[in-house]
Design a protein around this ligand. Structure first.
Ligand code: AMP
Length: 215
């Protein structure tokens, strides 16, 4: 199963994509995580992406598409994958169709996870991320068992620089300008399912499973 998770920053795409990937036994391919790993490892890709990420802007399409192409060619994606944060522009969506077609694959569904804007800003400003495995926590609604420490791998939790309020607002603006046209495109292709991100993480997960008819 090849799935796309769409939605504004802070809607809970990453959390839900990780849960769904575990449930389906397929990889969770998150473009933001791949960029952050490259940034941390100070690779050429990381250096290219750094200034865009810090401003909450999109990394240029050619850089992003090349990175995703390499990831999708790895054998663990053979049985399917959950794409989180990619595609984010019409050009990326077209490139994705081309990449999948080359491998004889298609997209089965695009899940649009939505939440009101005040809620997005509130969630992102209280979000903490694991430096090692990228698991996310919310200090108010989903705190780690031990302060500052990841429940999954014991890694150190930190606040992403692009989760600061001004950058968050820019990321939401960028999302509306550049990514939201994809919602109409996938709706038009009959692939879109909209899920409201409310009622808690487990409840949203259940809604996703029932939308995908996974018992
Ligand atoms: P995310 O973790 O998905 O919020 O992504 C963090 C940052 O990585 C974004 O604000 C962009 O700077 C960059 N990024 C992630 N995915 C993409 C993408 N598909 N296209 C361009 N830039 C991206």
């Amino acid at each position: 199963m090849n799935l796309i998770m769409l939605g504004p920053p802070g809607a809970g795409k990453g959390t839900q994509a990780a849960m769904l990937a575990k449930r389906l036994g397929i990889p969770h391919v998150a473009s933001g995580d791949l960029f952050r790993e490259a940034l941390q490892a100070k690779t050429e890709l990381g250096l290219k992406a750094k200034s865009y990420m810090e401003r909450g802007e999109l990394v240029p399409d050619e850089v992003t598409i090349a990175m995703i192409r390499e990831r999708l060619l790895q054998p663990d994606c053979d049985e399917g994958m959950i794409l989180d944060g990619f595609p984010r522009t019409i050009e990326q969506a077209e490139a994705l169709n081309g990449l999948l077609a080359e491998q004889g694959k298609t997209i089965e569904a695009a899940l649009f996870i939505d939440a009101p804007e005040e809620e997005l800003v509130r969630r992102l400003s209280s979000r903490w991320t694991c430096r090692k495995c990228q698991a996310v926590y919310n200090v108010i609604s989903n705190p780690p068992r031990e302060r500052g420490k990841c429940d999954v791998c014991g890694g150190e939790l930190y606040q992403r620089i692009d989760d600061e309020p001004d950058t968050v607002r820019n990321r939401i603006r960028v999302y509306w300008d550049q990514t939201s046209p994809l919602i109409d495109q996938y709706r038009h292709e009959g692939l879109l399912t909209t899920i409201q991100s409310e009622g808690g993480i487990d409840h949203v997960h259940e809604k996703i499973l029932s939308a995908l008819r996974i018992a």
